[in-house]
Design a binder for this molecule. Structure first.
Ligand code: ARG
Ligand code: ZN
Length: 844
């Protein structure tokens, strides 16, 4: 069944009150519901349908009389009065056998829920759609010490607790947690003086990993007040860490539930990157309280309304907490790696999709990351003042409502007086625009001619021109800036912008800050790239120039068999040793493009990528860099080695990143001696793991891997790193076998998404291993996706995207992948989730 945006109809009935009672039992939990329905004045439709899946109905009554409902696999219908009425039902569910981790399920003896997008229908019969919002009253009965739900606590006793959430909410924001949990607690006083109790709940044993998360929560609460004027609206805010979780985290009202990997942190067990990610996710979920919960989505096609905006907000937060340029570069790296890849392949879809079979398949980089870029472009186009004016209007106008992208656009139009009709195409047109620029210098006039083009995507053969904000600066040949960053607003398919009054032909710095999510093409040379790498005042474009240089070198190595060129090596060395630059920035500038990024670039320029050749070229170039910098590396490593006690802040982590870059280059020359020394001395996971990676790459990791396992076998999150690293760094011909061998261990449990992803996400993330000509990578991946589908369709479906680049490759690889996709498609009872993914990928 396919759902279409154009089929939207308002709900026949609204709800003004819900009471739920849970009698918890692992395989026979009873859910008793009492729901007061009111006819929706906005429609004449009076048909009554409640969603419900995998429920055992015990009883159903309407106004106290038997309801006699008609049951289907999707829910039920019943005869109802045409005025308000009360629905009462009792159902039985089995959390202990719920391995899909959707609805109410169990994880390590604790009960928890995941209802977004459509999990509530596996808890009880209900209009499980986000435009039906109601206050919830919840009673939990169960012999577990901690019983939590949304909102404020009402009362509790031995074996029971009652909760009440005054804020009307859709069912997807419902949450329940019950278990033997320990809290780390704190308070936050809102700017209007309300004291909020904060708790971060974990399983016994994890208490030492909560401090950072709690601080991140306080920082987020403060930031949203300072920057957006948004205050928290309950007396209590709970966060719970759960080991078995399909995604990162969930913004349930007043009771956020987190994948333990997205909240638990300690210096010994978490890397700098983990800390930063955790801070960002805590902020993200907290920010949803306004952008998602107080103002929610009318239907799931509008998902980007809350996700794009909330990602944009968490990105702003991280730039404020850490380094703005470093955050921007990291986000663009991620956008290109995941979203550009998606937009260029069979899974391309609009930021606001128009149809789906399974909505969980649309929690994508396009909805989230491109959705955030679209907000970023709005921000640039209207300017900071008008942006916040519009946001104030949004909160004021739509508080308590379930909204659409049209509502959002209308707010910006009303707040700024702009016509955003054309801008809206960013939401309704898939594919990454390609922007080509040529220059002209005539009689002191400098012209930039731009052309935009978006290639066809599935179901969208013809593309219209978009509004593209292009930030441009102009530099003189002595390196000074003659025109500071200026925002050009491109609206036509082809358009020229002129600059007058210049005394020399400038060197342009185009698409500063990555002002729009496009691929920029410009005929340039490496001399100019090196100039921009040295002189650009825009940190993003400075980094971009270095990246373009590296890509050019790699592409020539791969396609023409050239040697790594010294011009590049000199420029890179100069950048690495430039102490006026932030170490974190230098580390980013020294990182080579990923193998998948190179494959994507080659394919876009009409070359069939050979993953083995790419792997070889990256290896050769890294070695050449190491040799070129041989005499500098020990000093670079020493200068950036942090000797103060570990802190996960931007300054220290930047130094560690640069030190790690130096260490990994050094390891190519000393057979891992320096890495072994760092491994043995490390007192934090960042240094321990980076040393371990260097040792594995140098072919000297066996000993350290064994020690690591011995030290950390009791810590699931750390062991996920151990599993992942071995597959990620395996030689191409070994990767599939390493993955398979790891699955044979007792501590490989495919029911745990983190562990499954550690192994198979890493296999997909080892391109030369995954695409090895033997086909072993494809086969092993398909074997396990077929196994996992029965257990957890959602995680299986997400991992199918490993195959989404198949059309890039040669005929042999395409045939092998097609065979595996067909094998998956042929699995009896294949889930709806995976069916949709495989169909879309194969349709390419
Ligand atoms: N709304 C959550 C977030 O952005 C994501 C939850 C999605 N879960 C799912 N099963 N689709 O943080
Ligand atoms: Zn979100």
């Amino acid at each position: 069944q396919t759902f279409y945006l154009s089929d939207y109809t308002p709900p026949a009935f609204l709800i003004d009150e819900v009471s739920l009672t849970f009698r918890l039992a692992p395989e026979a939990t009873r859910v008793i519901s009492r729901i007061h329905f009111v006819p929706n004045p906005d429609t004449t439709d009076r048909s009554f349908f409640l969603h419900g899946e995998q429920l055992k109905l015990i009883s159903a009554k309407i106004d106290g009389h038997d309801a006699n409902p008609t049951l289907t696999a999707q829910g039920l219908t019943a005869e109802v009065p045409d005025h308000e009425f009360t629905w009462e039902a009792e159902v039985e569910i089995s959390p202990a056998t719920n391995t899909a981790l959707e609805g109410l399920y169990m994880s390590n003896g604790m009960y928890c829920t995941q209802c977004e997008a459509e999990g509530f229908r596996k808890i009880t019969y209900y209009p499980d759609r986000p435009d039906v919002m109601a206050p919830f009253h919840v009673r939990i009965e169960g012999d577990l010490p901690v019983l939590l739900s949304n909102g404020n606590p009402v009362d509790q006793g031995e074996g029971w607790a009652e909760w009440s959430d005054p804020w009307p909410k859709p069912a997807y924001l419902f949450a329940l947690v019950a278990g033997d949990l320990r809290a780390t607690s704190g308070t936050f006083t809102t700017r209007s003086g309300n004291e909020v109790a904060l708790n971060l709940w974990v399983r016994p044993g994890d208490e030492g990993k909560t401090e950072f998360g709690l601080q991140a929560l306080k920082d987020s609460m403060k930031w949203d007040e300072d920057v957006y004027g948004r205050e928290y609206d309950l007396d209590l805010f709970n966060i719970v860490a759960v080991d078995d979780f399909n995604m990162g985290a969930m913004e349930n009202k007043g009771l956020n539930i987190f994948n333990s990997s997205a909240v638990l942190a300690s210096p010994e067990t978490s890397t700098d990157a983990n800390f930063e990610r955790i801070e960002g996710i805590i902020a993200h979920e907290y920010f949803h309280n306004w952008t998602g919960n107080r103002i929610t989505c009318r239907d799931w096609f509008q998902l980007c309304l809350k996700e794009g905006l909330t990602v944009f907000r968490d990105q702003q937060f991280t730039s404020d907490m850490r380094s703005e340029p470093v955050k921007r570069i990291s986000d663009v790296l991620m956008l290109r790696a995941r979203q550009f890849r998606e937009d260029a392949g069979p899974l391309a879809h609009n930021v606001r999709p128009e149809s789906y079979q399974e909505i969980n398949n649309f929690y994508t980089a396009t909805v989230y990351e491109k959705g955030a870029e679209v907000i970023g472009m709005l921000f640039r186009l209207v300017g900071e003042t008008d942006y916040y004016r519009a946001l104030d209007m949004y909160f004021q106008r739509h508080d308590g409502q379930a909204c659409t992208i049209e509502d959002w656009i209308a707010v910006f139009e009303d707040a700024t007086g702009r016509d955003l009709t054309q801008f809206k195409r960013w939401y309704t047109q898939a594919g990454t625009p390609h922007l080509t620029v040529t220059e002209e210098w005539v009689n002191g006039k400098y012209n930039l001619h731009f052309k935009q083009e978006t290639k066809p995507t599935p179901g969208q053969p013809d593309k219209q021109p978009l509004v593209i904000p292009i930030a441009v600066g102009l530099l003189a040949h002595d390196g000074s800036e003659i025109v500071p960053t200026t925002l050009l607003e491109m609206t036509e398919a082809a358009q020229t912008f002129s600059f007058d009054g210049l005394t020399e032909r400038p060197i342009p710095s185009i698409l500063r800050e990555f002002s729009a999510p496009v691929v920029l093409h410009r005929d340039t040379n490496n001399q100019e790239r090196a100039f921009l790498l040295a002189h650009d005042t825009d940190p993003f474009n400075k980094w971009e120039a270095g990246r373009a240089l590296a890509k050019d070198v790699l592409v020539r190595m791969i396609t023409k068999g050239t040697k790594p060129d010294t011009g590049f090596l000199d420029a890179l060395r100069q950048m690495a040793l430039d102490d006026t630059q932030d170490p974190a920035f230098r580390a980013l500038a020294m990182a080579l493009p990923s193998q998948d990024d190179i494959a994507q670039t080659l394919f876009a320029s009409g070359v069939t990528p050979d993953p083995m050749a790419i792997y070889g070229a990256v290896k050769t170039l890294s070695r050449a860099i190491a040799e070129h910098m041989k005499d500098d590396l020990p000093a670079l490593l020493a200068a950036n080695t942090v000797t103060e006690p570990y802190q996960p802040n931007a300054e220290q982590s930047g130094k560690r990143a640069l030190a790690n870059t130096a260490l990994s280059l050094l390891s190519k020359l000393d057979n891992g001696a320096a890495a072994q020394a760092q491994y043995d001395a490390a007192d934090n996971m960042t240094q321990q793991l980076s040393a371990l990676s260097c040792l594995i790459r140098a072919g000297a990791g066996a000993d350290a891997l064994a020690k690591f396992e011995q030290q950390w076998h009791g810590d699931r999150l750390v062991m996920d790193k151990w599993f992942g690293l071995q597959v990620m760094l395996a030689e191409p011909e070994d990767a599939a076998r390493v993955a398979q061998t790891l699955t044979e261990r007792d501590d490989f449990d495919m029911k745990n998404p983190n562990r499954f992803r550690a192994v198979f996400g890493a296999l997909a993330g080892n391109p030369a291993g995954f695409h090895h000509p033997s086909g072993d990578g494809y086969r092993t991946m398909a074997d396990w996706l077929i196994k996992l589908d029965t257990v957890n369709p959602q995680t299986t479906a997400r991992m199918c995207s490993a195959f989404d680049t198949w059309k890039r490759y040669d005929a042999d690889r395409q045939a092998m992948i097609r065979d595996q996709l067909e094998r998956i498609a042929a699995k009896p009872d294949l889930s709806r989730d995976v069916t949709e993914m495989v169909e879309r990928i194969m349709a390419a």
